[in-house]
Write a protein that binds this ligand. Structure first.
Ligand SMILES: *[C@@H]1O[C@H](CO)[C@@H](O)[C@H](O)[C@H]1NC(C)=O
Ligand SMILES: *[C@@H]1O[C@H](CO)[C@@H](O)[C@H](O)[C@H]1NC(C)=O
Ligand SMILES: *[C@@H]1O[C@H](CO)[C@@H](O)[C@H](O)[C@H]1NC(C)=O
Ligand SMILES: *[C@@H]1O[C@H](CO)[C@@H](O)[C@H](O)[C@H]1NC(C)=O
Length: 225
């Protein structure tokens, strides 16, 4: 990456600021970060393969970085190493059902895994742990919870469907109301046209009371319906 690129500058700025101010505390705020994404729960179907996402970020860079995945805090299920940003991780050890699917040479340092053939006993806590020797062995971890189900009951979708139905229903009602209004206006116009003829023929000034509705409807093109 070019040193002058916006991303590089963005990463360099906090360090420069920290150096200038001599504040070590500030540097910590921009140190190693590990994340499993926006939600920390994942639901998988019995017998499916599930992605357990994890990424890490470090502004200082990394070298001989170690990452591990644990099940229920203590059971190691994946252990990998990354020499540098330009290389993909190498496997140290893995549970045969666990597969590395990430990539650390792209923008994100993606260290996600896939757990194959999910069983009910796989439900629990998955911890993604990262240690960066280049950052004085800074360690961070992030946790994601796996739930295993027989059938996908997508409560989120149910709620979405309900909301969409309500909104759709309201829009439908609005359209219906507008159609009725048009029809009513059309009928009123027809009636008034008839009346006006009578009024006009009797007195030219006497149509002020129905003039509003009448003139409004008159300006519109006749409804197609
Ligand atoms: C999980 O799925 C497998 C194969 O689809 C099935 O044989 C097994 O009975 C399921 N387990 C439960 C507890 O439903
Ligand atoms: C996760 O991180 C905390 C502190 O950052 C540490 O105390 C804990 O042991 C870590 N857990 C695992 C499973 O590595
Ligand atoms: C990490 O890589 C996997 C496999 O390519 C992908 O499915 C997932 O979306 C990636 N996660 C992020 C946060 O980029
Ligand atoms: C893992 O943890 C979950 C919740 O903390 C628990 O229900 C489950 O029994 C644990 N599984 C194993 C194999 O220890």
């Amino acid at each position: 990456m070019a040193p002058g690129s916006p991303a590089a500058r963005r990463r360099a700025a906090p360090r420069l600021l920290a150096a200038l101010l001599g504040l070590h505390v500030l540097a910590i705020a921009f140190a190693l970060e590990v994340s499993v994404g926006k939600t920390n729960t994942v639901t998988a179907l019995n017998n499916s393969n599930v992605l357990l996402p994890c990424t890490f970020a470090t502004c200082i860079g990394f070298q001989d970085l170690v990452f591990k995945w644990y099940f229920n805090t203590t059971e190691l299920i994946y252990h990998g190493k990354i020499k540098a940003k330009t290389t993909e991780p190498t496997l140290v050890w893995h549970n045969p059902r666990v597969e590395f699917v990430g990539s650390t040479t792209k923008k994100d340092n993606n260290i996600s895994i896939v757990l194959n053939g999910v069983e009910f006993s796989d439900a629990g806590k998955y911890t993604c742990y990262v240690k960066n020797p280049k950052e004085r062995n800074a360690e961070q971890n992030a946790t994601i919870f796996l739930t295993v189900v027989h059938k996908m009951v997508e409560t989120d979708n149910t709620v979405t469907i309900i909301i969409l139905s309500v909104v759709g229903g309201l829009i439908g009602l609005l359209i219906l109301f507008m159609l009725i209004k048009r029809v009513v206006l059309f009928i009123i116009k027809k009636m008034q046209d008839g009346k006006k003829e009578c009024l006009v023929s009797s007195s030219g000034n006497d149509n002020t009371e129905n003039g509003l509705a009448g003139s409004k409807a008159e300006q519109k093109a006749p409804p197609k319906a």
